[in-house]
Structures are given as C-alpha cells and as structure tokens.
Design a protein around this ligand. Structure first.
Ligand code: FAD
Length: 422
C-alpha cells in the first residue's frame, strides 16, 4: 500500500498499532471528525500470531462499525454452531435463533488486518505503514506525541491524544511507564503455550460450520478448530508451557501428537494436510494495565492481555476500542489544556474494566491452574443436559453477557428456576 505523506506533523489523535484495536479506534475517531494518524511498523497485508476467531462480542462491534461486510468480502467464515467438549461433556449449541445471533467468524489476520487498515484509510485516517515508534514526546509530565522512523528517516508527530494500540509488548506503555511512571501494570504468566496450523483437505462433513472448543483432555490441554477462508481450517492446541522447549524439536510430529490426544479436534483433522508453517505463541503473560495517562491511553492487548485459551483477544480489543470511540469526542470538546488529561479519560478506564475485567479475572484463574475451574466444569455438565444452560454457556463463550461475572447469579437463578419447575 502507498503512504501518502501527512501534510502536517500535528494531529488530534495518534494511534500506534494498526491491527484490530488500532484500526477500530482510528476508524471511530476519524468518523467523529478527529484528525487521526495511524502508524504501524508492519506493512499490510501482514500476518501475526493468532488463531483469529472473532467471537460474537467482537463481531457485534464490527457490525456496528460497518466493518463486517468488508471482512465477509475478504473471506470471513461465519460459524453457525459452537461445540464444547471436556471431561464428561460434549454439547453443541446453534448460535442463531429468532431473537439472538451469537455467531462469530474466523478470518486470517493477513486478510482481516488489511481490510481494517483499508477501512481506517477510507474513514479519513492518515495511515503510515513501516513506521516504527521508538520514543514518546513528553512535555510537562504528559505524553504529547511520538517519535519514530521509517525508510525516509526520523519523524516527530504531535497530538493531544496518543493511543497505544501496539499489542501485548506495547512500546507506548513501556516508554510511558519508564518515563512517567504511567500505565501501572500487574502480570500473571500463562501456564499454557499454544501451537496452531492451517489444515487443508479436511472434509467439512466432519465439523461443518462448528467452532469446536475443548478443554482438559489432559491437564493444561485445550484445542480449537474452525473453518476460515480459502477452504482451510485452523486448529490449535494448548499444552503446559513447561513442555515448550521439547515441543520445538519436532513441530509437526508434536502438534499431531497433541491433536491425537485431544477429545475430538485431532480426529476431525486426522486426514488433513498441514498447509504452510506451524505457528507458536511463545510464552505469554496476562497483563492488566491502568489504561489512562496524561495525554495517552491504551487499547486492546496493550492495556489488557489475556490467555488466548478462550479466543477472546479480538473481542476485548474491539470492545475497548468502541468505548474510546464513544467517549473521545467529549474529551476533545471539554479540553482546556494542551493534552487530554488522565482524569478526563478515567471514564474509559472504569467502563473498560466494568465490561472486561470478569474475562481478565477468569483468564488469570485459568492461567494459574492447569485444570479447568471446578465451577465452570459444573456449569458445562449442566449444559450437557439442559439446552437453556448450553445456550447460556454459549453466551458466555461468545462474550455477549455484557460484563456479567461468571458463574453468574443469572445462571444460578436460571438453574433454581428450572429445578423448581421440574
Ligand atoms: C496463539 C494465539 C492465538 C490467539 N487466538 C485468538 C483467537 O482465536 N481469537 C482472538 O480473539 N484472539 C486471539 N489471540 C489474541 C489476539 O491475537 C490479540 O488479542 C489481538 O491481536 C490484539 O489486537 P491488538 O490490535 O490489540 O494488538 P496486535 O494485534 O498485537 O497489534 C499491534 C500492532 O502494533 C504494531 N506495533 C507494535 N509496536 C510498534 C511500534 N513500536 N511502532 C509501530 N507499530 C508497532 C505491531 O506491528 C502490530 O501490528 C491469540 C493470541 C495468540 C498469541
């Protein structure tokens, strides 16, 4: 893609990182009339590590953004059912009913992120690819811009708001933390590591339009399977992170071995051919950061990074981006100083945490233990027997409970009501 040179070095907002979170923020800010610069060190189309299942919670944000149709044109595959397996349970839920659409989709990052960047550009954002942010402009104890470099040399850009949407190893967060003590963080290592690959020539008669997720075939193990674009399926396995080093010695053999130990995913991909390379997550952290600072905020993985076990990262990123899109115009119209202050943006921190912390906390619990939360296991066992409970677990799995903690009082109330009625 070509890079139109920005005419000015001053913007209303600068967004660092142009994938799920960054593009979504840039689209929303640009559409609200804010002059927005979106930069990324990558050039799109560009792949990144991720099994790229977008749950219904994230799909709804993309729908509201008008992005879904673009992603469908780029090949997004909508899954229609969710099959959930674990020790003692195996149930499937139809995700579309008259009243509710719990379907998400699956689309490789190369296609997805390129479509999002194109939409950001079409929405009016100035996009600079191959631009690496190396430092922040700090003035009077606040972030006031970015410094970075591309093929044409070093550049400096200024804005009252800098958004760090630059992923789990965020440069914006790291530099603001080091220089301003901002973006306070807590980190919990993930106990699992992940490998995934694309499979060709698997008869879809095997798994149809299912998103297949399974947990705990053995301690630490999990697996996921979903169709994506070009007739391929993506399959991933999770296993204890301590086994990572030995896994690397024979990637395909070990991936196939782990899949063969799974409850269903292994047999579903058994006849398939691995297309391309095998991808690895490396060792991961759950990271919570306070997402606001003087002149800057964090979106997506940069501010809240979870264990990929439940495929929630995109949806968390999109949901946090949508809150920023809603609140930002108010920050700009009420601004009195040179930058947007942390106090003004605190509502973002509160709303993000209200909506997303239950997922983060569940991720931390999952990341500490190698076996599934007993409460969740009990809920799955109920779901195995009771369609209402299966539907409620699908709502949880698809992130449409709008911040309700889980196991929810709602679930307990539903269980009590059903028991009374029986
Ligand atoms: C193995 C694995 C499987 C996963 N599977 C799923 C899944 O199925 N579903 C799901 O929802 N999530 C999944 N995730 C998580 C998901 O990939 C992330 O949550 C999501 O990518 C977060 O998006 P983001 O926009 O916040 O950050 P990222 O996608 O990480 O994008 C950050 C961008 O910032 C850019 N950047 C970084 N530093 C700089 C810099 N200094 N200068 C300029 N640009 C910079 C990078 O080039 C990058 O393009 C998975 C993650 C892993 C590791």
């Amino acid at each position: 893609m070509s890079h139109p040179e920005p005419q000015s070095s001053s913007f209303d907002a600068i967004v660092v990182g142009a994938r799920v979170a960054g593009s979504a923020v840039a689209i929303m800010l640009s559409r609200r009339g804010l002059k927005t610069l979106l930069v990324d060190k990558a050039a799109f189309p560009s792949d990144t590590i991720s099994t790229h299942i977008v749950l219904a919670g994230g799909r709804r944000v993309l729908e509201r953004l008008g992005a879904l149709e673009h992603l469908e044109r780029a090949g997004a595959h909508r899954y229609e059912r969710m099959r959930v397996l674990g020790q003692g349970y195996d149930y499937a839920v139809d995700l579309r009913s008259e009243n509710e659409d719990l379907r998400g989709f699956c689309l490789g990052r190369t296609a997805m992120d390129a479509a999002m960047v194109a939409l950001a550009r079409a929405s009016g954002a100035v996009v600079r690819e191959r631009f690496r942010v190396t430092d922040l402009v700090i003035e009077d104890g606040a972030v006031a811009g970015i410094r970075g470099e591309d093929g044409a040399g070093r550049h400096e850009f200024h804005a009252p708001l800098v958004v760090g949407a630059d992923g789990m190893r965020s440069t914006v967060a790291r530099i603001a933390e080091a220089r301003l003590g901002a973006f306070e963080r807590t980190e919990v290592p993930c106990a699992r590591a992940y490998y995934y690959a694309y499979f060709e020539n698997i008869g879809t008669a095997h798994y149809g339009d299912d998103l297949v997720t399974e947990l705990d075939a053995a301690p630490g193990q999990g697996a996921i399977l979903c169709r994506c674009e070009n007739g391929r399926a993506v399959a991933a396995v999770a296993f204890e992170a301590a086994a990572m080093r030995s896994f690397r010695t024979n990637l395909e053999g070990n991936l196939r071995r782990e899949l063969s130990r799974s409850l269903a995913v292994g047999s579903l991909v058994a006849g398939g051919r691995i297309a391309g390379r095998i991808y690895s997550s490396g060792l991961l952290l759950n990271t919570y950061r306070k997402p606001v600072a003087e002149g800057a905020l964090l979106a997506g993985d940069a501010g809240l990074h979870v264990d990929p076990l439940f495929g929630q990262g995109h949806s968390l990123a999109l949901m946090s981006a949508e809150i920023i899109g809603e609140l930002a115009p108010g920050w700009f119209s009420a601004r009195s100083g040179r930058v947007i202050g942390a106090a003004a943006m605190n509502e973002y921190a509160l709303r993000r945490d209200r909506l997303l912390m239950s997922y983060y906390n569940a991720s931390v619990r999952t990341s500490r233990a190698l076996t599934h939360d007993p409460m969740m296991r009990a809920a799955h066992l109920v779901a195995q027997r009771e369609p209402w409970a299966a539907l409620e677990m699908a709502r949880l799995g698809q992130m449409t409970l709008d911040g309700a903690a889980f196991p929810t009082f709602r679930f307990a109330r539903m269980l009590a009501r059903q028991t009374r009625a029986a």
